[in-house]
Design a protein around this ligand. Sequence first.
Ligand code: ADP
Length: 293
Amino acid sequence: MTPMLEVADLRHTYGSGPTAHTAVQNLKFEVAAGELACIVGPSGCGKSTLLRCIAGLIKPSEGTVSLHGDKIDRTPEDLAVVFQDYSRSLFPWLSVRGNVEFPLRSRGVARAERRKRAEEALEWVGLSGAGAKYPWQLSGGMQQRVSIARALACQPSLLLMDEPFASVDAQTRFELEDLLLRVRHEHESTVLLVTHDIDESVYLGDRVLVLSKSPASIVADLTVDLPAQRDQITTRESKNFVALRSEVARLLHNQPAAEPEPVVRPASSAAEDEAAAQRFLEAEREQTRQTSR
Ligand code: ADP
């Protein structure tokens, strides 16, 4: 069966000559219809470059991206993106309803249908009463709900999410994560979500694709063996969750530096690996605390 998304031998190099910088290379993966795949990788490794290639915003230097078998060479109509920075992605002069309807207008959807789809999508994200408000009258978490509603109203085949919950406080982040899980089950959405938060990637994903440092390639493609119904407390406490997040942390931490010289590394003991993974998780948490301040 044709996968919903297929990324084949993708490479992207910015610039040319001595200043050329390869951001991603040898990237190859597929996402099946109805799957929620998380991509996790260190800052600056090339996650946004990958998303921009998938969204048809930049042409990759090599390789292809296909959406249900069709090669992407410009932004496909049935693809929607939710960005981290809701404050810049919503139009302050349009009402919440106007913002949700906006992309439908450029897709030529008739007015009555636009209104119907916007009302539905706002209901899915728990904002049915907020259509007449303006984004600046809403909290950050509510504004991000509007961004999600706007993406869902387009009924995309693929929903791309670029660090969508990185700009909200920890409590709101949990609420939005659960909202995403509920909505994707209700609508059988196919989602590719990029995050630098290891716990989030395991909590949300059916799969976690771990990226190397820049230039990004895939170092692991892990199946998340957790029940479909997840809970912020019990899931995060479960043995499988803890084992998986340690594995992702270890994979991210134990990478060689970018463009490495071949080096022979002494085999580290499991205890050293565990300690390294814990230090990495601590650093991750500190970064999350800083960003949510
Ligand atoms: P991430 O999203 O993982 O933080 P990016 O995809 O933004 O990473 O960037 C990957 C690498 O490519 C970084 O080293 C970054 O400096 C570089 N890069 C990103 N955009 C450009 C650009 N337009 N021109 C040159 N280099 C870029």
